[in-house]
Ligand binder design. Sequence first.
Ligand code: SF4
Ligand code: SF4
Length: 204
Amino acid sequence: MRKPKLRELREAIKAIFKGPYTIKSFPAKPIEPYEGFRGKPEYHEEDCIGCGACAEVCPARAIEFIDDLSVNPPMRRFILHTDNCIFCGQCEFHCTTEKGIKLSPQYDLATFDRSECVETVEKELALCEICGEVITTKDHLKWIARKLGSKRYANPTLVMSYEDELGGLPEESVRQEKAVERPDINRMLCSECRRKVGLREIWG
Ligand code: SF4
Ligand code: SF4
């Protein structure tokens, strides 16, 4: 057996009198995390537009999103698995609105039941009125329309989303027949159907 070096021996003797480096009071008494501490990520529903950027950048795949068309209205569901989270902060850093998801100071997340480590946020989807494809969420379209200002008028889908925000748009419904017509230009459309309507407008 190797004999301990003098430095290690000195540290061991010091530790007997100084006590452990860990905080003695935890978990009986919670500790105050320092400023900028990266704890549990939390969605802020009112500032989240449901774009999905946070799920795309998450290196641990801790955020999944599902477009559920079986419910009425159709919803995009974000499921944050805090048990997979590595607290890297990429979701907060890349959030489109910069406020939709934030890392909180919560650190005491240990549990015996992993089903407790799930947080869910839902956003209503916007569907193409011709083919029924998912465009994005309604909040995302409204956010883009607001961000673009007067430039939104180049895209009728954005104009309609904006007007929907002002309360002027009737409930949209997915049409059964898929052939495009001239009046379709003023419908909520996916990019593919918008292209077909544009070609129909130009070439007849
Ligand atoms: S902090 Fe990192 S690992 Fe956790 S949810 Fe955000 S991006 Fe994913
Ligand atoms: S707004 Fe932010 S939190 Fe919401 S889905 Fe987009 S990136 Fe994620």
